[in-house]
Design a protein around this ligand. Sequence first.
Ligand code: FES
Length: 136
Amino acid sequence: MGGTNPYLKSTAPPRPTRSYKITFLPLGREVEVDPAELPYSRDGFAGSILEIALGHDIDIDHACGGVCACSTCHVIVREGLESCPEASDDELDQLDNAPGLTPWSRLACQAVPDGTRDVVIEIPDWNRNLVREDHP
Ligand code: FES
C-alpha cells in the first residue's frame, strides 16, 4: 500500500541532511540512515521512521499505508524526539486514537528525524508479535 491522503493538510517534513543511527527496541536492531539512500519505499513520508524500518525488514503495522489515516504505526521515541519536527494537527488527531499514548508517542509514518542526533524507537506491544514473526 502507500500513496497520499487527499484530506491531509500537512506537508512532508524535510528529509535528513546527515547520517544518523536509529535503534529499534525491543529488537535491539541498529540502522545507519544515509540520506543519500532515501527513500526506500512509498509507505510513509520519505525518511520517516516507518519507511526506514520497512526498508530494513523491520515490520511495523501500518494499516492505512502510511498516509496518516489510522494510528496503527504508533511508536514511542525514547531518545532523539527533538530531532523530529513537531507533530502536525493531523498526526495529533490520529494519535488521540492510539492505545498506550505517551508524551513521546509519534506516528512512525509521519515522524522524519532530521539526522541531528541518533534516535531510539520503541515498537509497542501490539506490533511486537508481528516483528517477532518476521525476525525470530
Ligand atoms: S500507517 Fe496509518 S497513520 Fe501511519
